[in-house]
Design a protein around this ligand. Sequence first.
Ligand SMILES: Cc1cc2nc3c(=O)[nH]c(=O)nc-3n(C[C@H](O)[C@H](O)[C@H](O)COP(=O)(O)OP(=O)(O)OC[C@H]3O[C@@H](n4cnc5c(N)ncnc54)[C@H](O)[C@@H]3O)c2cc1C
Length: 413
Amino acid sequence: MDNPASGRILRIMNTDTDIAIVGGGLNGPTLAIALEQRGLNVTVIDALPAPKRGMRDFDGRSYALAHASMRLLRGIDLWDAIKDHTQPMLEIKVTDGRAGTGPSPWMMHFDHTEIEEGPMGYMCQDRHLRQALLAKMDGAARITQMSGETVVAQSSGQLTLASGKTVTAKLIVGADGRASGTAERAGIKRTGWGYGQTAIVCAVEHELPHGGIAHQFFMPTGPLAILPLPDNCCSIVWSETETRATKIMAIDDTDFLDALRPAFGSFLGELTLVGKRFSYPLGLTIANRFIADRVVLIGDAAHGVHPIAGQGLNAGLRDVAALVDVLSDAKARGEDIASAAVLARYEQWRRFDTATLAAATDTFNKLFSNDNPLLRAVRDMGMGVINATPRLRRTFIREAAGLTGDLPSLMRS
Ligand SMILES: Cc1cc2nc3c(=O)[nH]c(=O)nc-3n(C[C@H](O)[C@H](O)[C@H](O)COP(=O)(O)OP(=O)(O)OC[C@H]3O[C@@H](n4cnc5c(N)ncnc54)[C@H](O)[C@@H]3O)c2cc1C
C-alpha cells in the first residue's frame, strides 16, 4: 500500500474473523452462539437491522421445535430464555379430511407417552426465539454482529458488503435462506420446483383447551396444521392452491375465519384471530452441493422443504449441530477448519438426511393434496395400518421428535 493513510482506512473497514456467517435469521445465530462457546471468533452479517429481526409483538408466526432441537437450544444455554413461552406437543392426530364432510374415520394418533424421552416437540412463537438469539449474541464476547449490511460479493475467504466494508474469514457459512446468494456466488446450483400452493400462516385464540394436541388435516387442496401454543391459542399453517390462497388473503378477518371454519371444525369452540396473517409460496429447493472452497451451507440455504411435517427449521438446526461437531473436532486436532477434507465430513453427514427429508415431504404432499378416490383409499388404508402397529407408531413419533439417525452431540440427551 503506497499511501499509509488509505492503508489505515482499509484496515478499519475490514473485519478479520474465524467464521463469517451470512444470514442472521434463525440458523445463523444458533450456529454463531454454539461456535463462540467453543472458542471461535464469529461475525454474523444480516441485511436487516436487528430491531426488524427481533420484533417484540406477536406477528402470528410460530415453529414446531422437535425434541432434538430443544436439546440443542438447551445445550447452548438458550432454552431457559424461551421455555416458559413454549407449549409441549403431547399428541399428534393426523386425519384425512374434506371440507364440509369432516374427518374421515381413518386417522393416525401419536402419543408422546409411547417414547421415554418426553414431548415430541415444543411450539414456540417466532418472536421469542429471535429475541432470545439476538440477546444471547449481544452478550457474547467473540461474536461481532453486522446488521443492516448486505453481502454483495465473495471470493475465497473474503466477503464484500454493499457499504464497501470487507470481512475476511477462514470459513464462510451461507445461512442466507432459500435464495442463498452465498451458494450462487460459490457456483453451487440448486434443484427444485414450486408446488402451486401457498401457506397461509396465522394464530387463533379458541374457547376450549387444546390439551397440547397438534392436528394435521389433509385436505384435497393442501394440508391444514393446527398446532398448540401456550394458553388457548393455536398456530395455523393452511396450505391452499395459489389461486384460492390469494383470494383468502384478500378477504377481511371476519370472512377469513368463516373460510377457515369448515376445514378447522368446531372441536375447539369459537375462534378469534390473533396477530397478522402471512402467506408463503411453497416450493422445494435443495442445493446440489452443501460445500465449496471455504464455503458451507446450512438451513434453508442448503434445503428448503414443504412445511407439511414442520421439519424445515429442525433440519437446519441439525445442520448447525453437525457442523459444530465437525468444526470442533477439526479445531481440536489442529486441522484447517475450512479444508476440503473437513467440510466433506459435514456434507457427507447432512446431504443424505436432507435429501431423504425433501423426498419424503414432496411425496407426502403429492399423495395427500389429492382427491383421487383410489389414492384416498390407499392412503387411508396406510394410515389405518400405521395406527394399528405400535412399532410403526413409535418410529413415526421418534422421527417427529428428531431422535432417529446419527445424532450430533448437541442433540443427544
Ligand atoms: C409456512 C411455513 C411454516 C413453517 N413451519 C415450521 C415449523 O413448524 N417447524 C420447522 O422446523 N420449520 C418450519 N418452517 C421452516 C422454517 O421457517 C425455515 O426452515 C427457517 O425459517 C429457515 O431459517 P434460516 O435461518 O435458514 O433462513 P432465513 O430465516 O430465511 O434467514 C435468512 C437471513 O439471511 C439474510 N440474508 C439473505 N441474503 C443476505 C445477504 N446477501 N446479505 C446479508 N444477509 C442476507 C436475510 O435477511 C435473513 O435474515 C416453516 C416454513 C414455512 C414457510
